[in-house]
Design a protein around this ligand. Structure first.
Ligand SMILES: Nc1ncnc2c1ncn2[C@@H]1O[C@H](COP(=O)(O)OP(=O)(O)O)[C@@H](O)[C@H]1O
Ligand SMILES: N[C@@H](CCOP(=O)(O)O)C(=O)O
Length: 320
């Protein structure tokens, strides 16, 4: 579920009246997603997404996301722009929360990607990196190696309630990553969460990249590593699909490509990406009450990915 803040129809009507987008025909809460409240609005003119920002998105970061999406859309990427009201204001207040009206993109997210869909995702990621190359905005990644240490400390003894020995495994992995995390790779604005549920598709065609709320400035090839972990495994992390890995990287190579140094660092980047999602999921697992309306995501699905990456060869990961 992802409607934390309920907005009465009258308030939505008043909200939409500030814009030149027609009047409200229907409003439906969107179940998918975990961070914000999202509604699909239909007006007499078009469809829109209404997002109310809950605790995890900092209002101060919204101008960065707005500028980034404008920049990418101007360069031909299929990303949803924020819509301005008649005064040009994109950020509003609704239901006591910061709120934005956002372009609706068609498509659906796949749950078990094929190799062809993984290739399309790799191309879309490479095109996004190409388009972002001259974007001047910057945003620090709070979930960088220092952030992983901080999260691990906050999970503390509770790791072992998720799985016996998990705390020690995390500590060992942090030590390994501290020693092997690449220092000199090119940094750029990255999506940082390009899971299949953040890619809209029709068949094998990407129709939209959404949910840029983790986007930040960090190692560019790390974005491909995050995407690799998200697209190339069985959902629970129990099996690696080498065909998807090869297709994803081949797609990325078509649109952008990895340097020799990025190739060499790729296994470490994949380990870091797997640990990052293990840690945020473990933190949420520990801190979300079992009766909360949001479904907790399984941290162990990323422990299995981590175990795979810790012993995988470079050709297995890249398909060559
Ligand atoms: N611009 C958009 N166009 C079409 N559907 C969207 C758009 N933005 C969000 N959605 C839908 O809303 C769902 C939740 O959005 P998302 O940004 O992933 O939420 P959260 O940030 O809460 O995780 C998506 O899975 C998708 O179905
Ligand atoms: N992709 C992350 C969770 C973030 O959720 P999103 O709905 O904002 O993409 C994970 O799978 O752990």
């Amino acid at each position: 579920m992802a409607v934390y803040t309920h907005v009465p129809a009258e308030d939505m009507d008043r909200f939409l009246a500030r814009y030149d987008v027609g009047s409200l025909v229907s409003a439906k809460g969107i179940a998918e997603g975990v961070e914000n409240s999202n509604y699909l609005l239909e007006t007499t003119q078009d469809r829109f997404i209404l997002t109310l920002y809950e605790k995890r998105v900092d209002e101060a970061d919204l101008p960065f996301f707005m500028d980034l999406l404008d920049h990418l859309a101007e360069r031909g990427c299929r990303v949803p722009r924020f819509i301005g009201d008649r005064q040009g204001r994109k950020l509003q207040q609704l239901g006591g929360r910061p709120a934005c009206l956002i372009e609706f993109l068609t498509g659906v997210s796949v749950t078990e990607p094929t190799a062809a869909q993984s290739r399309a995702a790799g191309i879309a990621l490479g095109e996004m990196h190409r388009a972002a190359a001259d974007f001047a905005g910057r945003r620090r990644n709070a979930l960088d190696p220092a952030g992983w240490h901080d999260l691990a400390t906050r999970c503390g003894a509770d790791f072992d309630a998720i799985a016996p020995g998990l705390g020690e495994r995390v500590r060992q992995e942090l030590l390994w990553l501290d020693a092997h995390w690449p220092a000199d790779l090119p940094s750029a604005v990255i999506h940082a969460d390009l899971f299949p549920d953040n890619v809209l598709m029709l068949g094998d065609r990407v129709t939209g990249l959404i949910d840029f709320y983790f986007s930040c400035t960090d190692i560019r090839a790390y974005d491909l590593a995050v995407t690799h972990g998200a697209w190339c495994f069985a959902h629970d992390g129990s099996a690696y699909h080498a065909d998807r890995g090869a297709a994803l990287v081949a797609g990325y190579d078509v649109a952008f490509g990895l340097s020799e140094a990025e190739h060499i660092a790729f296994p470490a980047l994949c380990r870091g990406a797997a640990l990052r999602f293990l840690l945020t999921r473990a933190y949420d697992w520990i801190n979300t009450p079992p009766d909360a309306l949001v479904t907790r995501k399984d941290p162990l699905a990323f422990l299995r990915r981590l175990d795979f990456y810790a012993q995988a060869t470079l050709p297995e990961l890249l398909g060559r």
